[in-house]
Ligand binder design. Sequence first.
Ligand code: AMP
Ligand code: MG
Length: 409
Amino acid sequence: VGTASYDCLSSFMISVDQATAITLSHLFSPPVLKVPLRDAVNHVLATPVFADRDFPPFDRVTMDGVAIAYKAWEEGRRTFVIAGVQGAGASQMDLPGSEVCIEVMTGAVLPRGADTVIRYEDLTMNNGMATVADVIVEKYQNVHHRGSDAAAGSALLSPGQRISPAEVALMASVGITSVDVRAWPRVAVLSSGDELVAVEEQPGPFQIRRSNTEALVSALRSMGIEAEAGHLPDDADIIKREIGRTAAECDVMILSGGVSKGKYDYIPDALEAAGIRKLFHQVSQRPGKPFWFGVGSRGPVAFALPGNPVSTFMCFYRYVRPWLLHSLGTEVKSQAAVLAEDFKFAPALTYFLQVRVSGDGGVMKAWPAAGGGSGDFANLASVDGFLELPSDREVFRAGEVFPFLAFRP
Ligand code: AMP
Ligand code: MG
């Protein structure tokens, strides 16, 4: 492609930002689903979670030791008669007077009349008496006050929260056994191409294995989404039939291959025939220029990604993953990294540079490891993600900050 025709082509290609905006203005609205607490991890919470009672629900002892009335300490008392033992879970005892103490265990309720806990490490226990060592004692020390974390009825978690084991613990603590989450969209992954065989098959001399399918299914699974996977031969009729059938059964189609200008690139026509309207075809980016995106009036959203393994991979992380997270109503965290070395890229395209990152005094540095182009997916195993270099310049200087797209957790 010469410079002149290239310019002409780029004039109707849309930018990465435009492509992003278009995909994000066609989100899917997943229904609410109830799942058992233990299945909730990774899901996105759909309804708020409230404290069923005060947190903590009582003045809770946080150290093994003795509980006293601080007033006695203030008045100079250092030795206390032990009047009893308050274990965790037992009902609240009374501190009978300021000359006495009660032994208390972590997790126990603070005895009525006591306000301060001195840990065993600061005590000498002898003949039913506890003597405090030469330490500083503060009122209310080692007591976790009722309601100090959250008051009964207050919201502990908001909808849109991605559920990690920490949120599971919180929900368990308020007695939630079944959680309202956003249902995952039904996702179909479809690869295409006569040169591709299944992973378990022995490829012929001019065939390769369908690695994209496995990459996409795994990338989805790492988010918590189980996808259906299929394969299409380079046959216009079969592609039409299979895309039509799949479109009726899913919310999102992620296709790989068959969207370029080749003789057998039948995917865009087949998607349109299935009622999926094209919103763009071609994005001014490398890799991944032939990316096609469309939406059905009632049917699925379709991301038809170029088949080159690095293109498929990059487009999933740059477009599909954020789209899924936005659709689920959860936060998409963006990252940035500092380019560690000068880098040149002349074409007027957004370049997704493969980089290795390292932490350097709290700053994430990105080291270019460009690899051999969009077909060179072996290189992906030695990098951490892509640095998004804007299309309007050719030289990128060490020290400049750019968006960083990570594919490793
Ligand atoms: P296409 O987009 O169909 O023109 O494919 C571009 C390149 O990516 C070709 O070299 C294909 O063999 C390769 N390719 C397409 N799909 C896959 C896949 N699922 N796994 C691995 N390579 C693929
Ligand atoms: Mg192909």
